[in-house]
Design a protein around this ligand. Structure first.
Ligand code: NI
Length: 218
């Protein structure tokens, strides 16, 4: 059974392979898609916790350009939408207008979130699991999920999009309901150097002197 790779496994930084169209009906690809759905759905039971609203095959150790995206979720997670599969997804157009939003990821330390600026709207080309062409425009939160998942296919993790001058947050599991409401002004920042150490699998230590909640140690 496939499972999530450890955060910052070097495999997560590699570009994944295109799926040859002729292989889409094969048991290997269809079985992989079934396993991706099973894994993602297993992470969607408790809406209070972090839930999987997207999944990319490389996150579970498979170098194939296949993603799942929840195309109906609202950004406050008050309701789940429906997970759909997209094969060889490509962003063929993106808006000049950018939007900031919070992101986290099953493939980085679960305490790390941050503010990522991305194009607000995209036009997506992809194939479904029957090989049919999908061409669809997405905007807002859904467009963000697609961009995050397609980044996984290119070996890019969300903190890399944020960059060293951006904002990384440190959020404990029990703080998550609060974070969803107040992320824009979240006071607990994670230093860029801590992310770099995590990414390289090095030990890291991080204390906050004026942490408004409590002292935290990574
Ligand atoms: Ni992710």
């Amino acid at each position: 059974m496939l499972h999530f790779l450890d955060p910052c496994d070097p495999f997560l930084s590699i570009r994944s392979h295109e799926v040859p169209v002729a292989e889409i009906p094969s048991p290997e690809i269809q079985g992989l898609i079934d396993q991706m759905f099973a894994i993602a759905k297993g992470e969607r039971e408790d809406l209070q916790k972090k839930v999987a609203i997207g999944l990319a095959a490389p996150q579970i150790g498979v170098s194939q350009r296949i993603i799942l995206v929840d195309v109906g979720v609202d950004k406050d997670r008050k309701k789940m939408g429906e997970l759909k599969v997209y094969i060889n997804p490509q962003i063929v157009w993106k808006s000049d207008e950018l939007e900031e939003g919070r992101e986290g990821c099953y493939s980085v330390d679960h305490r790390l979130s941050g503010i990522v600026s991305r194009p607000k709207s995209i036009l997506l080309n992809a194939l479904d699991r029957d090989g049919n062409v999908i061409k669809q425009e997405f905007t807002g939160f859904t467009a963000r999920i697609f961009q995050h998942e397609i980044d996984h296919l290119d070996g890019i993790l969300f903190p890399d999009r944020i960059g060293k001058d951006g904002i990384l947050h440190w959020v404990l599991e029990e703080e998550f309901p609060e974070y969803r409401k107040t992320w824009q002004s979240w006071p607990v920042k994670c230093p860029w150097e801590v992310w770099l150490a995590m990414k390289e699998g090095k030990p890291f230590e991080f204390f906050l002197d004026d942490d408004p909640f409590s002292k935290k140690k990574a």
